[in-house]
Ligand binder design. Structure first.
Ligand code: TYD
Length: 137
């Protein structure tokens, strides 16, 4: 059993895609262990994307992630990290295959609908950052 962390980004929430995105994880056979909505504070967005702080698109990315309500979840199941990354598709919607979330619902960066942890280390760090460390799921 493995846990991963996802964010349905502001335009995903604005476009009413929370149910669509979560249902794809559920249909795969994964479980929604925790679920919440809220706004990401700028400081937390900067921390979350700290690995990209030197990129030219960093400020725009932070502005976008803090521009509206998001939906955050812990998804769990066998190989959850890899399965969720496969279901969301490539980072750039132009490269994301049809059938993936980004391939089906997004057209251009940075607007790619959903974030998902990309390794066991980032999953642990992101779950702690956004849900705290309590194990009550
Ligand atoms: P990254 O962590 O590289 O990808 P992923 O979200 O698939 O783990 O990038 C984080 C976010 O930064 C990405 O979802 C959208 C945005 N981004 C851009 O706006 N332009 C870019 O050229 C890249 C690589 C990412």
């Amino acid at each position: 059993m493995e846990r991963t962390f996802i964010i349905i980004k502001p335009e995903g929430v604005r476009r009413g895609l929370i149910g669509e995105v979560l249902s794809r994880f559920e249909r795969k056979g994964l479980r929604i262990a925790r679920l919440t909505t809220g706004h990401i504070p700028e400081k937390v967005a900067r921390e979350h994307y700290a690995h990209l702080k030197d990129k030219p698109f960093f400020d725009e990315l932070v502005e976008y992630m803090t521009s509206g309500m998001v939906c955050m979840a812990i998804i769990e199941g066998p190989n959850a990290i890899q399965h969720v990354r496969s279901l969301i598709g490539a980072t750039n919607p132009v490269e994301a295959a049809p059938g993936t979330i980004r391939g089906d619902f997004a057209t251009e960066l940075p607007y790619n609908i959903v974030h998902a942890s990309d390794s066991p280390e980032t999953a642990i760090a992101e779950i702690a950052r956004f849900f705290g460390t309590e194990e009550d799921a």
